[in-house]
Structures are given as structure tokens and as C-alpha cells.
Ligand binder design. Sequence first.
Ligand SMILES: *Cc1c(COP(=O)(O)O)cnc(C)c1O
Length: 356
Amino acid sequence: MPGYELINKKEKQAVIDLFDEGGVLFAHGFQNKRKHFHVREFEKKICKKVNSKYALAVSSGSAAVKIALKTVGVRAGDEVITQAFNFIACVEAILEIGAIPIICNIDKTLNMDIDELGKIITPKTKAILAVHMLGVPADMLSINQLAKKYNIPVVEDNCEALGSFIGKKYAGTVADIGVLSFDFGKTITTGEGGALLTNKKLYDKFAREYRDHGHECNPKFPRGMDTRKIQGFNYRMSEMQAVVGKVQLSKLDKIIRDSKARYKCLEPIFKSKCRPIVKNTFPNYDTFIFHEVNANIRKKVIEILNKEKFGTKNLPDAIDWHSAHRWDHLLSKDTINKIRKSDMLLTESIAIPIFL
Ligand SMILES: *Cc1c(COP(=O)(O)O)cnc(C)c1O
């Protein structure tokens, strides 16, 4: 996840320019003091890049997950299915709404196990929150098919796989809503930040208002007299984040090109031990993962990787924050017992971040 490694003069200049053109750091109003609406421009650029009808910039990826779930209609007491290999934000977002997280195991792809998903959908399931973990798209075609059968909306957490593809479409644009994160560890970064992607006008409308205390941005009124209908909150992105985001987005193709070149060097060495990738999907080559069942070999490899400072955010070092099996402060004993298998798969997986 290399966005921060490419921060240079361009991002710095974008921030200086923002101050020079009037220093309006807020996304709305102040028309006579500003030359641009940078958050809106960033949103347009995201739409164009990933071919999404709508994009909504928000304060974080975690906020984006929560907004997405609210937008597709999840309410307190509903069940939301997400997965065992995950980032903790997804379970937190479900709990923030008062909904109940149902944790699906992962399979060898390290994404949601489709067979199990088919078995744990109940009449209480009000959303599926699938995650493309560490650069590799989940089997969204199967997930969407199941969801359609039971008439359940799907949220696609693409915080870790921006620039990956499912068929000819960018991951994040094949479900009802897609979610992106621009935190400091992600493929592109604005320090903190996130976005929602959708092709549905009504979803975009609800999420846009929810992000901004219910503001409808009614063109007939100044902001202070704006109309509102729904209860929202403040999940806005600032102009400072947006100017950095615009520059970072322009570097996305280079990031993926370079990562892919490195990934392709490692692939032939690990052969059948490589993390399997679903047919007709294309990762963003963020991380190279291989499977090693022999604990001694694993230990040695990890020692070497850590010595070379390859460690930190990746498996199995950072498993505590990425395996739901470890989240006994959030989940019931019963849930945790059911996902032991996923924790084992993750323990046996070694991730090498391949951007230097
Ligand atoms: C990073 C991440 C998030 C949360 O994003 P933040 O911007 O850090 O709040 C959510 N889901 C996944 C899978 C992530 O990796």
C-alpha cells in the first residue's frame, strides 16, 4: 500500500496553491473567497477514473462503511454478514448502527467463502458487506448472484484494493455501494479520508445528506438556510485532503504498474503456494501472499522479512487487527469459535508488501 511513499513536491504544491487561492479549507460555501471546490473536483475525478456514476468523499473509510450500511437500509437489530479476514472497522461500523455482525469464514482466496455465505443468509440478513482484502477482489459475481436471489443489498469494501478489476469493471463499482479508504496506509492517501461509490441516484442523495448533517445543498438557499429532511452527522472531507487526493489519484496507474512488475517476479518462485485469485479478476498487486503450512519455515521467513523491515501491517504480524477470531471485545464466544478455521488460514499466510 504505497501511496504515502510517492508523496512529493506535487502534493506539497497542491496544498500551497490551496492557501494561495484563498485558503478556504471547507468544502461548502465561501464562493467569493475561493477559486475551486476541491472536494467536488476530487469526487468528479474519482467517478471518471473508476467509471462510477457517483462518488462521495468522506472523512474516513470507516465512516464510508457506516454510511454505506445506513444508506442501503440497515437498522438496529438487523443482521449484516461480513467476513473473518477483515479490518476491524467493518465490524465496528455494523455495531455503530446497532446491527448484528454475522461473520462468514474465508476460503483459500482469503476473501469471503461463497459456499458458507449461501448457508448463513437468514430472513434477518439486511446487507452483505464483502471485502477485497489486501489487493485481491472477492468473487463478487457469486456474491451478487446470491444477494439477488434473496433480495439483499451488497456493500463492497474496496479500501484495500483500489485499482483492481472484476472483469472489465473497477472493484468498488460492481455492488450497490463501494467503499474506499485514503488513510495513510492505503493505495492512495489523503492522510485520513474515504469515499463511497454508487450508480444509484437515491443512494448517493441519502449518503450525501447523511455525510453533512442532513444538508440538501438546496441551490435556492444560502447554506445557513439550507433545507433538510434526514438526521445526519459530520463525515465531511476537507479541501486540504481533497487537493492531496487529486494528486495521489493521478499516481494510481503508476503505483499499480510498479507493484505488478514486482509481484510478477515473485509469482514463479512460490508457484502453487501463491494466494489463489478468482478467475477473470485482476488484483492491484498491493501485497504478495503465499501459504506455508510448515511452522518452522514460516518462522524463519518472517524473521528474515522483519529483519529487512518488511513487516508491520501485514500477515501474520498484524493478524490481531485483521482476524475477527481475535476480536473477543466485540464478538460473542460462539461467533469466535465458528471462525477458527479462518484464523488458521491467516496464521499460515505470509504477506510481503511489494512496493519499495
Ligand atoms: C482501512 C480499512 C477500512 C477503514 O478505513 P479508514 O480510512 O482507516 O477508516 C475499512 N475496511 C478495510 C478493509 C480497510 O482496510
